[in-house]
Design a protein around this ligand. Structure first.
Ligand SMILES: NC(=O)c1ccc[n+]([C@@H]2O[C@H](COP(=O)([O-])OP(=O)(O)OC[C@H]3O[C@@H](n4cnc5c(N)ncnc54)[C@H](OP(=O)(O)O)[C@@H]3O)[C@@H](O)[C@H]2O)c1
Length: 213
């Protein structure tokens, strides 16, 4: 009999926003491809994080999972997520870090005219600083072959109109973070890559919410 080896056999992963939507599918896909340790984060929906955990267990009951409540608006989120994931999974390194959680709820976005500095700063913290901090803290404990993936949005490059300006700008900043970290780690680390995936419209709860608003 021929076996196709799982390409991610034995790998340790963090997926932020792994409780629902795109993050949950990424976590399940990593499980299917052989990851043995997977940490997922959520913000308020613990029950949904447990659903993802159960789906991972149904793929392979030997996979160790850990769920963590975080808030991407908290400036310490990146450091906290990596530190707690290492402890929760009982490991000393992270092979794959996917930053997927974001502030992306359309109804909370402000128009250009109404934009407050507070809202702008919150969006930049959540969708640019936190992905940067997650990448940097993961890179500190990432062995050769490590992968950092930042989930962006096609909105980062569009002329989207109201009320997308702060979300689009924060995702554009995140993409710049990605390119710069790729250049930095390309020199200072061995075989650690940094990529962002620019997502188009995907039918998740956040998109349905935008349609309903
Ligand atoms: N769906 C699309 O069409 C689309 C398009 C372009 C880009 N994207 C990007 O893709 C990523 C995932 O989007 P999605 O559609 O899968 O979203 P989603 O279904 O709404 O899932 C969002 C995830 O992020 C978590 N989250 C929400 N607010 C958070 C906060 N303040 N702190 C920490 N975690 C938080 C949620 O946790 P809870 O379950 O606890 O709420 C959940 O795990 C985002 O980066 C988004 O910008 C999506």
């Amino acid at each position: 009999m021929n076996f196709i080896p799982a390409p991610l056999e034995g790998k340790v992963a963090i997926v932020t926003g792994g409780s629902r939507g795109i993050g949950a599918v990424i976590a399940e896909t990593l499980a299917r491809h052989g990851c043995t340790h997977i940490a997922i984060t959520y913000n308020s929906n613990k029950a949904q994080a447990e659903v993802t955990e159960k789906k991972i267990a149904s793929i392979n009951s030997k996979i160790k999972t850990f769920t963590l409540k975080t808030d991407v608006c908290d400036a310490e989120c990146g450091r906290y997520t990596v530190e707690e994931s290492l402890k929760g999974l009982g490991v000393d390194h992270i092979d794959i870090m996917v930053s997927c959680a974001a502030l992306a709820v359309f109804s909370t976005f402000q128009t250009a005219d109404a934009m407050t500095k507070e809202h702008w700063d919150t969006m930049m913290t959540a969708d640019a600083w936190t992905p940067f901090a997650l990448a940097r803290e993961s890179a500190k404990v990432m062995p050769e072959g490590g992968r950092i993936i930042l989930i962006s949005a096609a909105a980062s490059r569009g002329a989207n109109g109201d009320p997308w300006i702060a979300y689009s700008a924060s995702k554009a900043a995140m993409e710049s973070v990605c390119r710069n970290l790729a250049a930095i780690y390309g020199i200072t680390k061995t075989d650690v890559t940094v990529n962002s995936i620019s997502v188009g419209a995907i039918h998740s709860e956040v998109l349905q919410h935008a349609f309903d608003t």
